[in-house]
Design a protein around this ligand. Structure first.
Ligand code: KIV
Ligand code: ZN
Length: 516
């Protein structure tokens, strides 16, 4: 079996998805889960992009003990210096350098000649090798590049010291057969190519990212890049869980394997989906809600007689649990702590204490507390970092069939001031959001609103996801409560707080630039 390295870029390319803005704590949690999943390389961000990106790459590099943490860098010395500062404390620092190689990108985006691009690529690899033991080099828009030029530049960066060469399908344009041919061409025409690792990085604009990644493996790639749940720019990246399970189930065909702990797939997918607010279609391969549901009578009958009639992947393989454990109002702190650990979350003693209070409150109203309920509470406690801006004190909403819906909201701001406002709207949620907008004194455009129940039953927790635009910035927010209006208010506040947090960081960034 050939070993295929898995390079996860959920925190870099994935975070480039429209409306996704993860904070440091959320990124760290995802990175820790990726470590449990046993990905080989975590691309934690783009250190030179912002102070926030720098901090999170640094913290992730210092936290992750198994596997390598990398950061993206343009082919300029200042980016490389910043990346080194962020990554040098890691167990196995590596740099991911890129520059575009297609005629269209070189002429219109970079405004550089092919010769200048070669010069920039080679000198940046040489410069990076002064610091980094491993340098990965990517030819952005490789699939629309001229093959002889691609081979020439790849040969030169290998000579300069790059040990991983990545061939991205940046715009999701290539077909599996053509992608395989590019790998064949490079393997035939680039000296010393057998000494380096070839990597595939596919986008899903034509829905072929996973098929293209698998084709690359058939044609010599030993590293696959992608994201959990396939999130990413536009239509997203190759879904790593699909690539890994395809290799496992069809090892007879691909004769290649990853080092992933497949049983962590479902948990990783849930975490990424919840923290990014990007919910999954029910029919999503491997991790969708219906991925293992057999609906038709004929299929159900077949599966009952012999599972393999219609089931090629067992849910247990990817960590889908058929019976989740239930806690109730008589469960103690010890049982709660154990369950939190079993669910894979790391909470401090103070966080466990706060969680226990929330758990008891919920258990008074809801008989069975399922794993999903518990995870929702953990998320509320652990990831609502934005309390320094606005925090919800109370809401009151009046609705009647022939009345104008009216909301009254009390918020606390970061300085401990109470803000109270009231407004009407066409419906309860609109009246609530109009009122909150008055509290924020900023125009907030609601772009998306979704509600789901955390578990089944009439007493289930409600989880609301919103996408908003404030000051030309799009962010998402989430809120959980037993009441749908309270969950709606929390999600809105969470999204707006996120905008204020990003603005604050940008301001601080600005100050740093001015100071320098
Ligand atoms: O899609 C792409 O080309 C990229 C590169 C920066 C590797 O994400
Ligand atoms: Zn990409």
């Amino acid at each position: 079996m050939r070993k295929i390295n898995i390079f996860d870029t959920t925190l870099r390319d994935g975070e480039q998805s429209a409306g996704v803005n993860l904070n440091l704590q959320e990124k760290l949690e995802i990175a820790r889960q990726l470590e449990r999943l046993k990905v080989d390389i975590i691309e934690a961000g783009f250190p030179a992009a912002s102070k926030g990106d720098f901090q999170s790459v640094k913290q992730i590099a210092e936290t992750i003990k198994h596997g390598s943490v990398t950061g993206l860098s343009r082919s300029v010395q200042s980016d490389i210096d910043t990346a080194w500062e962020a990554l040098k404390g890691g167990a196995e620092p590596r740099l991911h350098l890129f520059i575009a190689t297609s005629p269209i990108h070189m002429a219109h985006k970079l405004r550089m000649t092919p010769e200048q691009v070669i010069e920039a690529a080679v000198s940046s690899v040489k410069y990076a090798k002064r610091y980094f033991p491993i340098v990965q080099w990517s030819a952005e828009d490789a699939c629309r590049s001229e093959l002889p030029f691609l081979a020439e530049i790849v040969a030169k960066v290998i000579e300069a010291g790059a040990s991983v060469i990545n061939i991205p399908d940046t715009v999701g344009y290539i077909t599996p057969k053509e992608y395989g041919e590019i790998f064949d061409f490079l393997r035939k025409n680039v000296p010393n190519i057998e000494k380096i690792s070839l990597s595939a990085h596919c986008h899903d604009d034509l829905g072929m990212a996973v098929a293209n990644s698998l084709a690359a493996i058939e044609h010599g790639a030993t590293q696959i890049e992608g994201t959990i749940n396939g999130i990413g720019e536009r239509a997203g990246n190759a879904a790593l869980e699909e690539v890994a399970v395809a290799l496992y189930i069809r090892k007879d065909y691909y004769k290649a394997e990853t080092g992933l702990n497949l049983q962590e797939i479902k948990r990783t997918s849930n975490l990424v989906s919840k923290l990014t607010g990007m919910t999954l279609p029910a029919n999503k391969a491997i991790v969708g809600k219906n991925a293992f549901a057999h609906e038709s009578g004929i299929h159900q009958d077949g599966v009952l007689k012999e599972k393999t009639t219609y089931e090629i992947i067992s849910p247990e393989l990817v960590g889908v649990q058929s019976n989740s454990m239930v806690l109730g109002k008589h469960s103690g702190r010890h049982a709660l702590r154990n369950r939190v650990v079993e669910l894979g979350y790391t909470l401090s003693e103070a966080e466990i204490n706060k969680l226990f209070v929330r758990f008891k409150e919920l258990a008074d109203k809801k008989k069975d507390i399922t794993d999903d309920d518990l995870v929702a509470l953990i998320f509320e406690e652990k990831f609502d970092l934005f309390k320094e801006f606005y925090q919800l004190s109370s809401i009151q909403v009046q609705y009647g069939t022939n009345q104008i819906p009216t909301a009254v909201v009390v918020l606390m701001d970061g300085q401990g001031n109470e803000i109270q406002e009231a407004a009407t709207g066409a419906g309860s949620v609109e009246s609530l959001y109009n009122t909150l907008e008055r509290c924020f004194k900023t125009e907030v455009k609601l772009l998306d609103y979704r509600i789901e129940s955390v578990s089944g039953g009439r007493d289930a927790l409600a989880q609301v996801f919103v996408k908003v635009r404030v000051n030309e910035m799009e962010t998402s927010g989430r809120g959980t409560a037993q009441d749908v209006l309270e969950a709606s208010a929390k999600a809105y506040i969470n999204a707006v707080n996120r905008v204020f947090m990003i603005e604050k960081m940008r301001e601080e960034n600005q100050k740093v630039v001015i100071k320098n």
